[in-house]
Design a protein around this ligand. Sequence first.
Ligand code: PA5
Ligand code: NI
Length: 186
Amino acid sequence: SITFNKPPSVAFLTGQFTAENVIKKVTRSGDLSGVFHDIAAWQAIPSDTPIYEVEMLNSLQGEGELYVGMTHLHPGRVGNEFHMTRGHFHQRREQGEVYFGIRGSGLLLLQNEHRKAWLEHVSPGSVHIIPGDTAHRLINTGSEVLSALAVWPSIAGHDYGSLAQGFAARVVLQDGKIQAKEVQNG
Ligand code: PA5
Ligand code: NI
C-alpha cells in the first residue's frame, strides 16, 4: 500500500524548522579568529557570544544526496564590519549550492578562485544559485536575524583553509552607509 510520509516544514516568517532530529551547530565569536579585520574589536566581544546557528535536517548522505540547512545569522557588527559567516569553498570544488533568503536582510558574498568577488542582496524570497568553484559567505547588514535556507550536495564538503587569506571584499558601516570595500589581503 502507498504510505504518506510527514515531511519536515519551515516557518517562512522565522525560518524555524519543525522536524525531529534537527542538528544544531552554534558558531560563537571565539570560533571566528582571523575572520573580522578589527582584531581589537573582536577581542573585546565575549568569546561565547553566538554569531550564527546552523540547523540541519536529517537527510541521506552519499553521492547524489542533498543536505538542507538553515543559517540564522545574528545582527551586529565587530568594529565597523557586519556579522558574517566564516565562508568557504566546497572541498569538492565543482559542487554548487542554492541559498534562499527567508528572514531579515543582508548580502551573499561570492568569490571565484581568481579572487574575483561579487555580492547579491539577500531578502525574504531571494534565490541564490551558487555555481561550482565559488566561495560563499553570508553577511547580515540588517537589524534583525538573517535566516537563509541552503541546499547542497552531501559530498561537497567544506574547505575553509583555502580562504585563509580572506575574501577580496569586506562589508562595513561607514559614514552611516553600508559599503563594500575591496581588499588585497582579506
Ligand atoms: O552549506 C552552506 O554553505 C551553509 O550551510 C554554511 O555552512 C553556513 O551558512 C555556515 O557557514 P560556514 O560553513 O561558512 O561557517
Ligand atoms: Ni556551502
